[in-house]
Write a protein of this length. Sequence first.
Length: 435
Amino acid sequence: MVSTFPNSTNIDLSRVRLAIRSLQPQLVEWRRRLHQKPELGFQEKLTAEFVSQKLQEWGIEHQTGIAETGIVAIIRGEKQPEASNPKSIDASAATYGSHSVSKRRVIQNPKSKVLAIRADMDALPIQEQNEVAYRSQHDGIMHACGHDGHTAIALGTAYYLQQHRQDFAGTVKIIFQPAEEGPGGAKPMIDAGVLKNPDVDAIIGLHLWNNLPLGTLGVRAGALMAAVETFNCTIFGKGGHGAMPHQTVDSVVVAAQIVNALQTIVARNVNPIDSAVVTVGELHAGTKCNVIADTARMSGTVRYFNPALQGFFSQRIKQIIAGVCQTLGANYDFQYCELYPATINDAGMAELVRSVAEEVVETPVGIVPECQTMGGEDMSYFLQEVPGCYFFLGSANQQKNLAYPHHHPRFDFDETALAMGVEMFVRCVDRFLNR
């Protein structure tokens, strides 16, 4: 396929790569410092202080305290934007006394564009098991998903762009977002106006991805990550003696019937072309082997890509629970929550990222075009507002034992990916703003 984003001639790409690779020691230092001080969603005070300190040190305009701990940095390019089809207009003839000023051709400057870059900052409630010098110093909290790396990459990008403002036109907004892991910081930041003043034309973001080896990159148009929804249900039966079930309504039996019935939703109610998941992850009931439990509690998650399915699962799950309970004589309490919509990339922005990736990963073999996961991301809210692309940057290295999955207590990644992430962002800025 011929790229609609031809290689840029605005900057010396070999110079860019050398300059970014020289930042690698600082990127590692920043990432490890952040890794040692992990914080949960909307509590990222130390992280935000560190980010703000660096931005201030580099003279970068920024605003703090957005949606509790979020930060937005603004870097304004000094290069004049180039118009592929410059427009000209006839200036009206003006008369000053008896002298007329002839018409002249005036070239209108193209609109200065704004590209946003998003990075999340929060950690997870996990006790780290890695025996490394930079392990978490906060008990029960760990950067087990790479957000420390995302923040370091965004800082490196901010530093580079600030030092090379003459190389790009337009404006770059770098959004340091809290609480991606929950309850979600993207929407509060959007509600606070981070996509306004100046208005953002497009947005990009990346996720370090231990499901891909170092040196690869996953990007695709359309759905990249799934919608995330959760449910909780309590079954109210009638307890009693295990030897006298006829006197009871067994909440365990009711719950078991519900779990089985829920599996028919994907198997028989969803179009086989549409991928979806209904998982019951928790089921708690009973206190003793010879006591029939009067109450059973379950919770689960729903994942899907197709936005047309929004609202379907909550209705169907409730129908099944209600039907089983009515059949077996139980009552229920049901709660459903739609957390994040599907993360859906704009086709044009995905093509831009892919075209840049061909240069950064150096070989098309390293680009995984159909990379998808049923994991969820609140980057999806940004992508609902403006065209954008979220992509995966391979970070696993089996030879260094850096391939544990995300959210594992021994998760870590090959830090070589940090400079690669900065290069991806910088080249995307060049390709989008200077084209």
